[in-house]
Design a protein around this ligand. Sequence first.
Ligand code: AMP
Length: 206
Amino acid sequence: MKLIILGPPGSGKGTVAERLEKEFHLKHISAGELLREEVRKDTLIGRDIKPVMEKGGLVSNQLVSAVVKLEVQNKKQYILDGFPRALEQAKGIGELKINKVLYLDVPLNVVVERLAGRRVCKKGLHNYHINYLPPKKAGKCDWDGTPLLRRKDDAPAAIRERFRVYQHETRPVIEYYRKKGLLLTVDATPDPETVYGKVKKTLRLK
Ligand code: AMP
């Protein structure tokens, strides 16, 4: 299966994708993570995109599309998390033959609270929430023991910008896939366990 997960910042795309990867061996490809990796490695691309990412803006369509296309090459089963996020990106991946698009629908007031409490391990690989998805040991990643940090783009001004961008750029992508008949919507307001159960049912995974 080739699956896209869409939803506002903080809707739980990364958490759902991580669990699907573990249980069903679908490769989790996070556009944001691929871009953050460039920033962490301080590559030329990384230096270029760091300011726009920290402010919560979108990286250029051309660049992000190239990075993602490189990553999906020769893979038959994967989940695209956070890509496409703009109509131009969606129109440019027709050749990937995506099977399903999962839309995690959640009201904005709920996601603002989630983002404020979100923490990510120093390696940037595992997500937590101080109330809803706490680590076993406070402040430490369950998987690699690295300290848990707040992402720069989870600061209040960056969160506001990410929502503005989401409304303008990403909403049309949801409508694009709805019209194509690929969109499956799940209410992502409840706790992570409940949402994950609903996702599996909706995707007909057992
Ligand atoms: P995420 O981890 O999905 O929240 O993405 C973090 C940041 O990476 C976003 O705020 C954007 O700056 C950038 N980014 C991720 N995916 C895309 C995309 N599809 N198009 C443009 N920028 C993106």
